[in-house]
Design a protein around this ligand. Structure first.
Ligand code: DX5
Ligand code: ZN
Length: 218
């Protein structure tokens, strides 16, 4: 299975967002990562309904929405008409993750659970792992792009991947935060098959976006 690369639009040029999005039209095996923050779960605000709706109308690339919000239950219902492919919620933001996962799976084709850097993978029950489509391992504290990758992430992915293989499951393992061409290879060797990258793709204009994507995949 080819690695999915998920450019994080948080780092794109918002004044030219349509042009930014269109420049990925010919890419295969990518998702657009949308960081939705409410200023409560994390100390930052990003974008909401009007932007996600507009984006959904100008691209066929699957949308990967990462909800960093205190009330994902409300948002799971209000975002359902925007053709979101993967809906990721934070394990720390819900009181009953299994109930939430079950409800979200009735709406979205794929549902992910995200863990903050300090939340151990042991928090995830067998039932959750059997049902979930994707586990997002945060490799920075959620809230902002452009942070430094936390080295302890490698071991966390190795442990999660070992558990996945032992249980014979096939959920995706996504990594988000500080991903560059300098750590992508090692992340894939550890078991990640979906890499989110914001700053690496958008903030260094030295080469084309397609080259950036290829260098993360190689
Ligand atoms: C941080 C977000 C990330 C962010 C990644 O809370 O979840 O998706 O955009 O940005 P970089 O790749 O710059 O670390
Ligand atoms: Zn994210």
């Amino acid at each position: 299975m080819e690695t999915i690369i998920s450019p994080s639009l948080l780092a794109c040029d918002f004044l030219n967002i349509e042009k930014e999005i269109k420049s990925f039209d010919n890419e295969k095996n990518i998702w657009f990562h949308l960081d939705i923050m409410d200023g409560h779960f994390v100390p930052n605000l990003t974008f909401g309904h009007p932007i996600v709706e507009k984006i959904s109308k100008i691209t066929k690339i699957p949308l990967d929405a990462h909800f960093m919000v205190n009330n994902p239950s409300f948002h799971k219902d209000t975002f359902k008409n925007y053709n979101i492919h993967n809906f990721t919620f934070h394990f720390e933001s819900v009181s009953d993750p299994l109930k939430f996962l079950t409800e979200a799976k009735n709406i979205y084709p794929s549902v992910g659970i995200s863990l903050k850097p300090k939340t151990p993978i042991e928090s995830l029950s067998t039932e959750l792992l059997e049902k979930v489509d994707l586990i997002l391992i945060m490799s920075v504290e959620p809230g902002f792009g452009g942070q430094k990758f936390i080295e302890g992430t490698y071991q966390k992915i190795i442990n999660l991947n070992a558990k996945k293989n032992k249980m014979n499951l096939d959920f995706s393992i996504q990594v988000d935060g500080g991903v560059t061409d300098g750590n992508a290879k090692k992340l894939k060797e550890c078991g990640a098959n979906n890499l989110v990258a914001g700053s690496y793709i958008f903030k260094n204009p030295s080469s084309e976006y397609s080259n950036k994507i290829n260098s993360l995949r190689e």
